[in-house]
Design a protein around this ligand. Sequence first.
Ligand code: SF4
Ligand code: SF4
Ligand code: FES
Length: 396
Amino acid sequence: MSCDACRYFVACPGADEEICIGCGACVQLCPNEALELVEVKREKVVHIEVDGKLRSVPERISVKEALWEIGYKITAGLPAEGELYAPCGVGACWNCALEIDGEVRRACVTEAKEGMKIRTDLPRDWVPLRIVGPTAGHPVGGVGTPWEVRKNAKSEFLEICCLVAGCNFRCPQCHNWMITHMGKGRAYTPLEAAEMLTRVKKELKLDRIILSGGEITLNRAWLIQLLKELRKLNPEPETRLHISTNASLLTEDYIDELIDAGLTVFGIDLKGLHIDTFMRITGLKNKELAQRCKENAWHAVDYIAHHYREKVFIGVGIPYNEELISFEEIRRIGREIYNIDPSIQTSAMSYFSGDYRSQILPPSLDEMKTVHRLLEEAGLTTVQCFATEFIPPSEI
Ligand code: SF4
Ligand code: SF4
Ligand code: FES
């Protein structure tokens, strides 16, 4: 029996020739964990030209792997650490795009072939791309949707929500699994995505747009241009532009650039305080990388709260499931947020399996009420809770 997810969602570079180059995209996406990569010794080599220099690399590997073989620093962790940042590994984010035989293609899902000419600098006139999934009105909003907006909502939808493909985390509970890991799908320029979002916004007569995913911050050039295009098309100040993010890539300069480009709302999912919790929830296996991602996310909250509190809205999400995190850690998280700013809107999120991979049941409503209470007892002034029923902030 086959669910065919690999056929419809994976940008398999070997599909046409019915070969496997071991890129791993199908293994990462498979919702049933039915595939595994096995190591195969590559005896033959192919000759490629990289930035004008001739190189030999094993046959049947991806361009990303070929670059790694000849000494390029490739990272899936944090962008500042490598010469090529390839965070999603499945062809979704387009951040690993390079010029290959005169065409811009994704290094992670392109086979390195005999005679190939690769340039690691993109052409000057290259416009960034990213795979964009469904875009529609959203009835619930995100952790960055202000409680006041939810409370006073007059229509069925609160915001327009756009899901982009690709993530640097591998959270087993991800509820957008297919979109997050799909490399097949239409790649949009920032202008195309902005026009599409603006059209839906007008049809639904809404003034809020939430950009989510996947991890929206992966392809920085694309996101910054998208925000600028959205601002051009929606210059009225009441239009709110909102990102939903794990914040692991949000350095101070990135945050400054996002706000300059027109972003007005940050919804940040903090995936734990203890490193073990953080690794369990994000699926990251490298402890050092997980530590830096966690620190970046917490620092981003602190930086936004202290530098942009008047200018942008910030909401944070805290996961709860007894299999992932303890009440004691929730209490400590509450105190940490309180120490940054007690007025940061905090949402307790009921975490449980999406349709795939993980097998944990939703927490009970009573458990979520306890989480809500613990966060309020920490002194936070606006705590809401997304569980089997929505728990609003208490009137304090
Ligand atoms: S590992 Fe990559 S090349 Fe091999 S079958 Fe899966 S998607 Fe195709
Ligand atoms: S950070 Fe979000 S989009 Fe990425 S894998 Fe985790 S839950 Fe999914
Ligand atoms: S890392 Fe290649 S497209 Fe995301």
